[in-house]
Structures are given as C-alpha cells and as structure tokens.
Design a protein around this ligand. Structure first.
Ligand code: UD1
Ligand code: UDP
Length: 377
C-alpha cells in the first residue's frame, strides 16, 4: 500500500472549526490520509470553544489574533504564518473552508507552493462584492485556485459552473455544518448537562417567547449595527418576548450592542456560547434574527424561521424554501417582519417547516471519499 497522504487542514475562526472538525475526524479514520491541523487562531476564544468540544488538538497554532484586527494586517500575518507551516509540513494537499481571511490566505499560500487546494463549502455567491464583505471576494479567490470544489448544493455547483470551473472538479456534497449539528445534537441528548448553562436564563424568561439573535458582519458596522440594535430594543419592549443574544467578541459589535441594549429587562446580552449551548438556543428559540452564514443553514434544518439581517444572501436555498427571509438592517423593516411572525400564526407556520437543503450529515465522509478518488487518479 502507498504511503498515507499528508493533508494540511487550515482554519482560524469559529464557523470554520465547526464545519471542519467532522472532516478532520473523517480523515483521521481513513488510513489513506494523515491529517495535519493548522489553526491560524484568527479567532482565539471563539475558536478554542469549538476545539474543546470537538476534542481537537491542532498540530500548529499560529495564535495570530490581535484586538480589532484590520483586514490587511491580518491577511499579511496569515500569509507568512501559513506559508511557514506549509514549508515545514510539505503537505500533499491543503483543505480550506468557506470564505474567511484564513481560508483565502491558506489557499493563496498553498498556490504559491503549487500545492493543490480543496475547498469545502465552495460556490457560495451573493453576486455583490460588498455584501458580504470581504467574504464574497475571499471565496472567489479560493474558487479560482481550488483543485476540488465541494459545493454544498446544486445552487452553489451552478455558480461554479457559470464561472467556467470544469464540471468534473465540482462535487455536490452537502454542507458539513449538518454533520456538526447532528453530532452536537446527539451529544446533548446523551448528556443534557452540556447545555445546562442556559437553565438560569430559561427560568428568568419562563413563559416568554424567545428570540435568538446573532450579529457580526463587517459590512453592517456603523449604521447597520445601530439599526439592528434599535430593532432589538423595540422588539424587547413587548412584554411577551425575550431576546437572548450571545454577543460576538468583535469590539465593533460589543460597543454598539452594549450601549443600546445593556440592562433592558427582556434582553440577555451574553458571552458567545459554545456549540452545544448555541444548538440548544436554536432549539428553544421561536425565531432566529441573524446576519450569520452558519445560522442560516442550521435554523432551517431545525424548522426555525430565520430573519436574515442582510441585503443579500449567498444561501438562497433557505429563502427559496420559505424558512428564511431577508430583512436588511433597517429598524422598521426588522421590527415589522418579526412582529408579523409573532402575531400571525399562519405566517409563522408557513416558515416554521423543517427544511434542510444543506445535506444529510454525511458530507465529511463524502468529501473524504472524493479525496481518496483524487489521490488514486
Ligand atoms: C470573521 C470572518 C468572517 C466570519 C466571522 C465568523 C474574515 C475577514 N472575517 O469575522 O467571515 O463570518 O469571523 O465569526 O475572515 N475577537 C476576539 N475573540 C475571538 C474572536 C474575535 O476578541 O475569539 C475580536 C478581536 O478583537 C478581533 C475581532 O474580534 O480582532 C475581529 O475578528 P475577525 O476574525 O477579524 O473578524 P470577524 O468579524 O470575527
Ligand atoms: N455559534 C456558536 N455560538 C454562538 C453563536 C454562534 O457556537 O454564540 C455557531 C453557530 O451555531 C454556527 C456558527 O457559530 O455554526 C456561526 O458562526 P458565525 O455566525 O460567527 O459566522 P458565520 O457563519 O457568519 O461565518
């Protein structure tokens, strides 16, 4: 038998870790591969939360995060740091996920060494390079470099084919987020104490209708965030509602949300939740209000209506299925749409259908099979 192939798996933020730990596990279980994990730690605490629950110990940790980091400062550090690890490890292939600065720089550093790059969650496109910003361009750069493109759905496959990526390089695999969600749901079922950190809030808000909120997009900083904060303040003025909002550690988010919402009776601004607690928040929420990418995939899978606080989405599948709706960042629109869901049972029921276009929870296994075929070619 030939030597196992060394695969360098590169990631740095919370969502990449959630979406790649199933791939690392599948690679570890396959004798054809030796996975080597390099984290940039573009995120620190929020990345570590995922590493801890997944029991994943990176082989390399660049520990790059700086407070309120700039896109160029971060990207420069990523390129040199990841390049150094690639020179040391000399991987046969590099895997990146999604559209973060880490993923883009990881792909570019591999390309500079002529090492093939495989892209997990390929082909998402909003068609607008400033929404989301800078993710739309990050993933287009990765798309122009990648060897194998693992598209979550036929929509993302079509976007890649429209950019002239050869059809035999694109595979519809589903999204590994569903693998992660299944895994964490089973863990919580086996051990409910994994999500017991929310018990106190559940008691405080007993009888109220829970709205789960997350927000962090760079293009929403400034006016957009203020519009979102004011909407949450107005929503929480209703006595029948409670908002649970784990606040992203980005200081640009915390400043605005803290100033507008701290101390309100029906609002809990809390620290970022680890994955089991966040999955539990999804389960107990009546509606999710978010600008997150991953939450747009998880909430429909659980039959939770999602109001997406963005102008565009690269995940039209949830909108097409009726479980997600784009509401932008204008206060009046967010409040009107949310109240409609709270007060119009038929409107709520029309959205609250479990719908899962993003895979069957077997995506990581499928990706590793495809990688096996590729190295066997
Ligand atoms: C990044 C990604 C974005 C992704 C998001 C997921 C880029 C350019 N952006 O955005 O695509 O959707 O992660 O959450 O790649 N911070 C901490 N601790 C942490 C994490 C962040 O203190 O664990 C603070 C730091 O001050 C840091 C700042 O947040 O400088 C911004 O982090 P950064 O990764 O640059 O941007 P995000 O907005 O998190
Ligand atoms: N998430 C989490 N704790 C939180 C908020 C979110 O574990 O407090 C998870 C969520 O389940 C999803 C992912 O983080 O899988 C989404 O990350 P984020 O919104 O930061 O990034 P995006 O998906 O927008 O890139």
């Amino acid at each position: 038998m030939s030597e196992p192939q060394k695969i360098l798996v590169v990631f740095g933020t919370r969502p990449e870790a959630i979406k790649l730990f199933p791939v690392v596990a599948a690679l570890q279980a396959d004798p054809r591969f030796t996975p080597v994990v390099c984290v940039s730690a573009q995120h620190r605490q929020m990345l570590d939360q995922v590493l801890a629950i997944a029991g994943l110990v990176p082989d390399h940790d660049l520990d790059l995060m700086k407070p309120d980091q700039t896109l160029d400062g971060l990207t420069a550090a990523l390129l040199t740091g990841l390049g150094r690890v690639m020179d040391l490890e000399k991987p046969a292939r590099v895997i990146v996920q999604g559209d973060t600065a880490t993923a883009m720089a990881g792909a570019l550093a591999a390309y500079y060494r002529q090492v093939p790059v495989d892209h997990v969650e390929a082909g998402l496109r909003s068609g607008n390079i400033y929404h989301p910003w800078p993710e739309e361009v990050n993933r287009k750069i990765i798309g122009s470099i990648a060897s194998l493109h693992f598209a979550p759905t036929e929509v993302s496959q079509a976007a890649l084919l429209a950019e002239n990526v050869p059809a035999d390089r694109v595979h519809v695999t589903g999204n590994t987020v569903i693998d992660a969600l299944h895994w964490v749901s089973a863990r919580i079922e086996g051990d409910p104490s994994l999500a017991a950190g929310l018990d106190e809030l559940k008691a405080r808000f007993a009888g109220k209708r829970i709205i789960g909120v997350t927000s962090h997009r760079r293009e929403n900083f400034g006016g957009g965030m203020e519009g979102i904060a004011e909407a949450i303040r107005q929503i929480a003025a209703r006595p029948d509602v409670a908002v649970i909002f784990p606040v992203h550690l980005n200081p640009n988010v915390r400043k605005v949300m803290g100033a507008a919402l701290d101390g309100l009776d029906n609002v809990a601004l809390i620290e970022p939740l680890d994955y089991p607690h966040f999955a539990h928040l999804l389960a107990i929420s009546e509606i999710m209000l978010t600008d997150s990418g991953g939450v747009q995939e998880e909430a429909p899978a659980l039959g939770k209506p999602v109001l997406v606080m963005r102008e565009t989405t690269e995940r039209p599948e949830g909108v097409a299925a009726g479980t997600a709706k784009l509401v932008g960042t204008e206060t009046a629109v967010i409040v009107t749409e949310l109240f409609k869901l709270l007060d119009d049972k038929a409107a709520y029921e029309a959205m609250a259908r479990a719908h899962n276009p993003f895979g069957d929870g077997q995506t990581a296994r499928r990706i590793v099979e495809l990688l096996g075929n590729e190295i066997g070619r």
